[in-house]
Design a protein around this ligand. Sequence first.
Ligand code: SF4
Length: 309
Amino acid sequence: MQDAVIFDPRDTDAEAPAGGSPQQEAPSPLLDALDARGRREFNKLQKRLRRQVGNAIIDYGMIHEGDRVMVCLSGGKDSYTLLSILRSLQRNAPIDFSLVAVNLDQKQPGFPEQVLPEYLESIGVEYHILERDTYSVVKEKTPEGKTTCALCSRLRRGSLYGFAEEIGATKIALGHHREDILETLFLNLFFGGSLKAMPPKLLSDDGKNILIRPLAYCREADIAEFARLMAFPIIPCNLCGSQPNLQRQVVKEMLAEWEKKHPGRLESMFKAVTNVAPSQLADRELFDFAGLEEAQARRQASRIELLNE
Ligand code: SF4
């Protein structure tokens, strides 16, 4: 039996040190140039991200005493933010857990190999660069004109899952945020004929790895602003020359448009993902519609019993 989980959201309110870049982070000229008001805004933003990540960790029991969390670092804004916020929570957490950053070098032409090692060394975090030429496989296997991202992500996942076992990681942390989850929900709704999204915590199909998504409650706009101010050395994902998944892009724009016209709609939709009523849907695996008569008889019998008492 593992120990109870860790973070008290009240602990997540500690502020970044005033003036200069936050402790143990690479220097950011943008952050250093902020005036007092800008610094206050940044602190608020950082506190919000810490609180949301802390709450997601508690709500889904993501991290326990002694966990070794492998943070998958792609070089994009989301994974840099994930690593930064987890490190900052780790400093105040009442339990011990370790973090190890892992980047998969997929051998795309032009991949700036030195960027992540330099960054990770500058902040003093344990890391590994895993080299796997998935780029050649993707190029070879994907028919001309088809998008490469699905196969690329699958191969990436396979490599990272295997490596997590090799280094003894007990959890694999991914940088998906609230909008990623909602986009997946709508993609499945529109094209997959299923009502499913991306869970905050997941056991891999082979049962060997537990995946966690600590940014599940975080808004993409907050993450983008945090990454900008922290001046993370972002590496673009389209080095392979591929178009991003077109349908995902369309859904992303649809959600952004809805949020613009009806502020709060994304929050409400995300809440819906956490508040499912199987009896109000139509999945016979999730709810026993055929057994409603029996349920009705049971209820009536217990009502009669109550009246006779
Ligand atoms: S853009 Fe390129 S590197 Fe990124 S997921 Fe798609 S195929 Fe892979």
